[in-house]
Design a protein around this ligand. Structure first.
Ligand code: PAF
Length: 281
């Protein structure tokens, strides 16, 4: 596996692979890799000939009060974990990505406005900008994103469509620990007791899926029950616990078609998000 820090060298690596007839897949990450990231790398290996992973803790998607400073940076362990799963890792510095004078950003699409967009108003501008930059630096045929960050996936898909970026965005299912907790680099902040509380998220989501499967369609009822399950787990600081249209992420009165339940909540000082696709039979 080649580790590349320079932008031009990374672009050259992708172009060389493509000139050799290889289809390139890119997996953008902020490092602190876990099995969830490895599942994205695995998906990339399944459908591409060469896989590049990016490891970059992007400062522009964190607000000043958020956890940029304490966000885990574990490059050595990340490279060990990747082993020979990826052919290349691109890990630039913030100064390379945002040199003095940098002043352009992507105005994210409307699907970015609600949910995370309310709780973290500048977040998706930072995400859209860095993802577009990474896709320019690594002009891969495919890019792999986890469904755990479902709104981020929607934002990236819409941006790529709107700006004619020649890449296929491949959504990948959320990986969970055996007890159901969605894998996240931030789970390492949780104490044993907080981890138990954090299971409130998956339990609230599963409860919602079961209620929909057994015929409950009223979103107000579903949302109130989600809040109830979270409260039972001692989770009181909830940014949202909601059921939305799966394409637009707009609010619904009743679940009639493809929908999604989404939660963002705080457990101790850690903010967790999770979601569950809802099917109406
Ligand atoms: O999902 C992430 O890890 C980040 O938001 C991404 C897509 C790598 C952009 O920094």
């Amino acid at each position: 596996m080649q580790v590349i820090h320079e932008i031009e060298e990374a672009r050259h690596w992708v172009r060389t692979a493509q000139q050799q007839g290889q289809r390139v897949g890119v997996v953008p990450t902020m490092g602190a890799l876990h099995a969830g990231h490895l599942s994205l790398v695995h998906a990339a290996r399944q459908s591409c000939d060469a896989v590049a992973v990016t490891i970059f803790v992007n400062p522009t998607q964190f607000a000043p009060h958020e956890d940029l400073q304490r966000y885990p940076r574990t490059l050595k362990e990340d490279l060990q974990l990747l082993g020979d799963q990826a052919q290349m890792v691109f890990t630039p510095t913030p100064e390379q990505m945002y040199p003095p004078g940098f002043s352009t950003s992507v105005d994210p699409p409307s699907v970015a406005r609600d949910l995370e967009g309310v709780a973290r108003p500048h977040h998706f501008r930072g995400v859209a900008t860095v993802v577009l930059k990474l896709l320019q630096i690594l002009p891969a045929e495919r890019a792999f994103f986890g469904q755990k960050d479902f709104q981020q996936l929607c934002v990236v898909q819409q941006m790529v469509r709107d700006l004619d970026v020649p890449v296929e965005i491949v959504p990948c299912p959320t990986l969970r620990d055996p007890d159901g907790l969605a894998m996240s680099s931030r789970n390492r902040y949780l104490s044993g007791q907080q981890r138990e509380s954090a299971l409130g998220l998956i339990r609230a989501l599963r409860h919602t899926a079961e209620r929909v499967a057994s015929g409950q369609r009223c979103v107000a009822v579903l949302e109130s029950e989600m809040q109830g399950v979270l409260a039972q787990h001692g989770i009181e600081r909830i940014d949202y616990a909601t059921v939305r249209d799966r394409t637009t992420l707009q609010p619904l009165v009743n679940v009639t078609g493809a929908a999604i339940a989404l939660i963002a909540a705080h457990v101790g000082t850690t903010r967790l998000i999770d979601n569950w696709l809802l099917e109406v039979g």
